[in-house]
Design a protein around this ligand. Structure first.
Ligand code: ADP
Ligand code: ZN
Ligand code: ZN
Length: 754
């Protein structure tokens, strides 16, 4: 809804002009409003909220006799401070609910109620002192004489000459403290025109030194080759396909130094900033003040300051390293964007709008600012690889690991066979247990990967087969042993585990499947002396938790690191002898057209953590289909064969990169309403787009967070004008919602869904 402009809060802008063009593109492409983009882009401190405040009605004289005691207290508070929110009044007067009294005052017209914009970031302004117009610097004695016996003022003036910096300024706070003087004395000096008090913009003197590339590691021959290839072709987006540990990071670092030296800005996108601490420390050494870090886990204040620092830099060099939201920052002279691990799903924002993909958006951002782009990965997204094969991107390959270390040896184990022969030791193949033992004896470290957190994956009744489900979602609850809780991983609902089956009252309730928590428990029983750490969403909620777990591993204080896909993301540890993949099946057989691609990426990435320095590493994969082609591709390091197989399928079944997808989620609390509306809406879309419309259908889970949901999928040939399709889609949807105003169903667009 369009609102009136009440006031302009900022004297100068906080958004660069270049950003607006980019935000408009985001809104248009991802089918959301520009307001939603701006809301996602701006850190909280740069946004304002409105709040009701009370003010004295200056037009009316207050007659004391008419005031009750309670009213008097509020009026008195308003005499001290002219505007107070209802909450502030409650705090000052101690009334739990001052509303009644405020209403009385309003009825007597003693106060007025107003809407005020609250919050917003006020930059820390230093109160500074400089020489005033009456101070003759060539002959200061006159000034001192003029002060007569005002000892404190003389002292302050003396202090000013003593403590001022090369710009002739000193902070008021420091001056007063050193001279043990009061603000009154300082104000007297100001009144005499000898000194002047002013407020400084904290970023005014920010200057950037020449970025030094000193201390960067010299590139190896293959890295230099990649570097040259990139810089010769970077008028076009580059896809850098380099095997795990080929030393891509070092190539990026040299490219960044190059672009900073040209006086331009760099955006270095990473999927998860917490896993990048080592890298940030290194980059800080080379790039000093030019390096800015941006991430949603940072406090709002930190984010606002990074934003403003970059904004004030204008077109001066800067290097931003950050997660997906850093594409929203006020770059004004972007020269290079690097998207590291470009295949990672964490670049996609699901909720709320804009549902953007930071890699794809970064390509547009770079184009708008005339910057180079490099997408890098050991396992590129098939869409990116397709673009490279087509010549839209320039492909640069690095096929060897840095230091010519061999890629790890990978051995699969057949879970089904081992179970049939009753050889499994808990969740472990006997070889995996032996190998863990052998590696620990050698002083090597071990990573175990299990893509489920919690203890068991679900609780099932042995008698009637009932599975404990979330109350709000179509999702089975996960048992968390340490908290003794059943939890829903979608909505967070939790409940103590039932003693008997809620359906048949049987006591035979079993927990099935296993998550990282149970894995950790079992390991500890098997290897009592091992030092084990677990890394998953449950153990990394606290601010420094990631860093601590990784530091402990790096320092050799952890023998075995157990974790979810967090352990697959770009970790670089020299001493990992063994990586164990507890069960590859859930990735491979996940019901999604990208399942094989994602499974290959995940397996190859986690395998890539093994043997990065010195000896060749070993990877053991447990699976009930060890002969699956995806596992064969991982073993043989054959990226291309999976890619080619998948391209066949995608072409045949109308999926990306040959077709573009728009997923439309429809939600309503009532199942009947949803089904009826969804069918009607689907018919309207079919009238528009014909056979390109699939559904409406129920997705895997019919109900999430208490809302029933259905989906419609649009599959659009790439030659179709996406802009025209989106236009038609928005218009038809608006009209549909107009016709069904009562109890509307929610309609959510996801362009290029993952
Ligand atoms: P990738 O990102 O391709 O997986 P990294 O950039 O992490 O690989 O490099 C793997 C390892 O080799 C790291 O430990 C890194 O410090 C080291 N390394 C890479 N290039 C160099 C170089 N030019 N000089 C010294 N060490 C290097
Ligand atoms: Zn039962
Ligand atoms: Zn739930």
């Amino acid at each position: 809804e369009v609102k009136d402009i009440l006031d302009a809060e900022d004297a100068s802008p906080i958004i660069a002009e270049a950003q607006i063009e980019f935000w408009e593109w985001l809104a248009q492409y991802y089918l959301c409003s520009e307001g939603e983009v701006m809301n996602a882009a701006l850190p909280g401190g740069l946004k304002l909220e409105s709040e009701m405040v009370i003010q004295r009605n200056l037009a009316k004289e207050i007659i004391d006799a008419e005031l009750s005691d309670a009213e008097y207290l509020i009026v008195e508070a308003l005499e001290q401070q002219d505007r107070l929110s209802i909450k502030e009044i409650a705090e000052i007067t101690g009334f739990a609910n001052p509303l009644f009294t405020i209403k009385e005052l309003l009825s007597k017209a003693y106060v007025v109620l107003e809407e005020e914009l609250k919050g917003g970031y006020k930059p820390r302004q230093a109160r500074l002192v400089k020489a005033g117009p009456e101070l003759n610097e060539d002959d200061v004695s006159a000034a001192f004489e003029g002060l007569g016996n005002a000892a404190k003022q003389r002292e302050l003036l003396l202090g000013f000459f003593q403590y001022r910096n090369e710009r002739g300024e000193v902070t008021a706070a420091m001056l007063l403290k050193r001279c043990k003087a009061s603000d009154g004395s300082l104000k007297s000096l100001e009144a005499k025109g000898l000194l002047e008090i002013f407020y400084d913009d904290p970023f005014r003197h920010q200057h950037s030194e020449d970025p030094s590339a000193n201390g960067l590691f010299p590139l190896s021959e293959s890295q230099q080759k990649a570097f040259d290839d990139i810089t010769q072709h970077w008028e076009q987006p580059i896809l850098l396909h380099g095997v795990t540990s080929s030393g891509k990071t070092e190539v990026y670092t040299h490219l960044m130094a190059e672009v900073l030296k040209q006086g331009r800005q760099v955006l270095y996108l990473v999927p998860e900033i917490a896993l990048t601490t080592q890298l940030i420390q290194r980059l800080e050494r080379f790039f000093g003040e030019d390096l800015l870090v941006y991430h949603s886990r940072y406090s709002d204040r930190e984010r606002v300051e990074t934003w403003l620092k970059l904004f004030r830099k204008g077109d001066k060099p800067a290097l931003v390293i950050g997660a997906r939201s850093s594409i929203f920052l006020p770059f004004q002279n972007l020269g290079l964007v690097i998207v590291d691990e470009e295949h990672e799903n964490s670049y996609k924002q699901y909720e709320p709008a804009p549902r953007y993909h930071a890699r794809d958006a970064a390509l547009v951002l770079a184009q708008q600012q005339n910057a180079h782009v490099i997408l890098g990965s050991a396992t590129p997204a098939y869409e990116s690889y397709f673009n490279a094969r087509k010549g839209k991107y320039h492909l640069v390959e690095m096929k060897e690991r840095y230091g010519a270390i061999a890629l790890p040896e990978i051995r699969p184990f057949n879970l089904r066979e081992l179970r049939k022969r009753k050889q499994m030791r808990g969740y472990f193949a006997p070889e995996l247990v032996d190998e863990i033992e052998r590696q620990m004896k050698k002083g090597k470290q071990i990573i175990l990967f299990q893509n489920r957190r919690g203890f068991s994956t679900f609780l099932q009744c042995d008698t009637c087969g009932h599975v404990m489900q979330c109350r709000n979602c179509d999702i089975s609850l996960t048992y968390h042993k340490h908290r003794h809780q059943l939890r829903c991983h979608v909505c967070g609902y939790n409940t103590p585990p039932p003693r008997s089956c809620p359906a048949c009252k049987s006591q035979q309730v079993r927990s099935l499947g296993f998550g990282t928590e149970k894995l950790e428990d079992e390991l500890q029983l098997m290897f009592p002396e091992a030092r084990i750490q677990r890394m998953d969403l449950d153990t990394t909620r606290k601010k420094k938790a990631y860093e601590n777990i990784l530091q402990s591993f790096e320092d050799g204080d952890t023998d075995i690191l157990v974790g979810t896909q967090m352990v697959t993301k770009g970790l670089d540890f020299g001493n990992v002898g063994l990586v164990g993949i507890m069960n590859a099946d859930s990735q491979i057989f996940f019901p999604d057209f990208r399942a094989h691609e994602k499974a290959f990426q995940m397996l190859a990435q986690v395998a890539g953590r093994a043997g990065r320095k010195g000896e060749r590493g070993l990877v053991l994969i447990q699976s009930s289909s060890p002969d699956h082609e995806v596992i064969h591709d991982v073993i043989g390091n054959r990226y291309r064969s999976g890619y080619e197989r998948e391209m066949q399928e995608r072409l045949e079944y109308h999926y990306p990169p040959f077709y573009r997808l728009i997923r439309i989620s429809l939600k309503h609390r009532k199942k009947e309403v949803l089904e009826e509306r969804a069918v009607l809406y689907g018919q309207e879309l079919k009238a528009l787009f014909g056979r390109r419309v699939y559904g409406p259908e129920y997705p895997l889970a019919n109900r999430l967070r208490g809302m029933y949901q259905m989906e419609i999928l649009l599959k659009l040939e790439s030659k179709l004008s996406l802009k025209a399709v989106k236009q038609a889609l928005s218009e038809r949807t608006d009209a549909f919602q107009q016709q069904h105003k009562s109890s509307p169903m929610r309609i959510i667009f996801d362009v290029d869904p993952l």
